[in-house]
Design a protein around this ligand. Sequence first.
Ligand SMILES: [Zn+2]
Length: 477
Amino acid sequence: MAGDSRHSERAERAAVAALTDSFVAGLCEWIRIPSIGVEPTHHVDVRRSAEWLAKELQQDGWPEVEIWGDGPTLPAVFACWPAADPQAPTVLVYGHHDVQPVDPVERWEHPPFEPVISGDEIRGRGASDDKGQVAMHLLAVKAHLAATGQNAPSVTVKLFVEGEEESGSPHLRKLLEDHRNRLGCDLVVFTDTALHQRDAPTITTGQRGVLGAEITFTGGTDDVHSGRAGGAIPNPATALAKLIAALHDDDNRIQLEGFYDDVREPSTKEREDYAALPFDEREWLARNGGGAQETSGETGYSTFERIWVRPTAEVNGISSGYTGPGLKTIIPASATAKISFRLVPDQHPHKVKDQLERFVAQHTPEGIRAEVSLRGEGVPPYAISPDDPANDAVRTAMELAFDQPVRFARAGGSGPAAVLQQFLGVPLVYLGATLPDDRVHAPNERVVVPLLLKGAEAAAHLWRMLAEADIAKRLSR
Ligand SMILES: [Zn+2]
């Protein structure tokens, strides 16, 4: 068998190499369509982007290609390529084709929707997030067919590319409900995550969830003179500051009652993998810390553990009273703080909402009225065990493509992985090949082409490997 897999490895790499020029040209064409989902004037472009993708899939030979979404739902693209063997597992690849706005456009070194190739990079909005990675999977299927000489993939591959991810996937559940009968699968492959570093490839095994809330403390109906009433009525700004101060203890542990009850500790293996990743605190701060001088966080955890496997509570903004030039001696009528929680398995946004409401009630002094408003229902966290057979297969496929050990990592941000996983009821793994410094959501977004090619090669290996009997059996356990 070793001989066989070495043969395949070369075949997949050669197939990817032979398809590289057309891959780059196609991706550049797609980037030219400004599919900014959050800007209504660009909704016509989101549709054009979906149509472009659908046409590309048809040209590649995908037998079933559909555009989903009507009314307020921006178009998503669904495609299916059944395996020749009806017993083969079914894999659903998730990605998105909407892109972030381009503001501030004057900070771009070239027009965001006129992609340029510079060295081994393609620069343009959506190059990395997420058109590049969706295109990577189209390439992977082509390479898999070319390498195996088959005219259908070894596993049934379904593709689901939504158009509202950057808007927080407001209609994702509805799309899933409406098309439940088309989406059945044994495994979801989520493709919207990055490698740790160019020379330190990683597989994401989870994303944190998020819950955003706004807390308002109100005293009276008007600001009042601090000399005439100060000292004799409650000050909402002071009260809110006390609440914020009480959110963490001296070890930076969050003080909501029951907050840590459902927190799952990472496995020893995961902690070992995180510790083995290259980490230079100064360099990390320079790249990620927005100019911060020191790292800080929960006692007893490393920086990676703090951002990947520990929950947080962050104050995102505070406003109250007079903040203009000079001094205005008042007691403000109200004070507001925006707070967000990043959540980890197995916390649930719903429970944290209740915990927060209790915490606010406990910290509301007499004479102050409190109001907590939630920003949506929150995004649940998700993680898959590194020992899961599907995850193990991803690691093997990645190591074949990258020619080096691939470690497990997680993403600190949030996405619709948990929604997909819970709705479809199957394991979800991540296969991404971009970089944390691709400037996604920022000016001058880029993607590193050789990494996308390796990602495509890894996916091509994965389709072949997942069809191998033992993995298929374990998947549908
Ligand atoms: Zn994305």
